[in-house]
Design a protein. Structure first.
Length: 93
């Protein structure tokens, strides 16, 4: 059975939530049934299938965010929240 395509918002809407330094606040849900990104109250909510084991969920979050922004994953770095649900990433737009 094929996996459903991830639900991704418009890249411009995600970029609008970043501050002047390109920092973006994320609220992550690992182990979700579907992969999705939603925007609410100045924060980006990211759901990924990967479990929070050995950094797999963090890698999945960065990859999904890069896909949503249509940029290379190497242009996104995790600044804070490696083992927390609330994360802060820096995006080089």
């Amino acid at each position: 059975m094929a996996r459903p395509k991830a639900n991704l918002p418009d890249p411009a809407a995600i970029r609008a939530l970043a501050d002047a330094q390109g920092r973006l606040a994320l609220r992550v849900t690992p182990g979700a049934r579907v992969e999705a990104i939603s925007l609410a109250e100045g924060q980006v909510a990211v759901k990924v299938r990967a479990k929070p084991t050995d950094g797999a969920a963090n890698a999945a979050v960065l990859a999904l965010l890069a896909k949503a922004l249509d940029i290379a994953p190497s242009r996104i770095s995790l600044l804070r929240g490696e083992s927390a649900r609330d994360k802060l990433v820096r995006v080089d737009f």
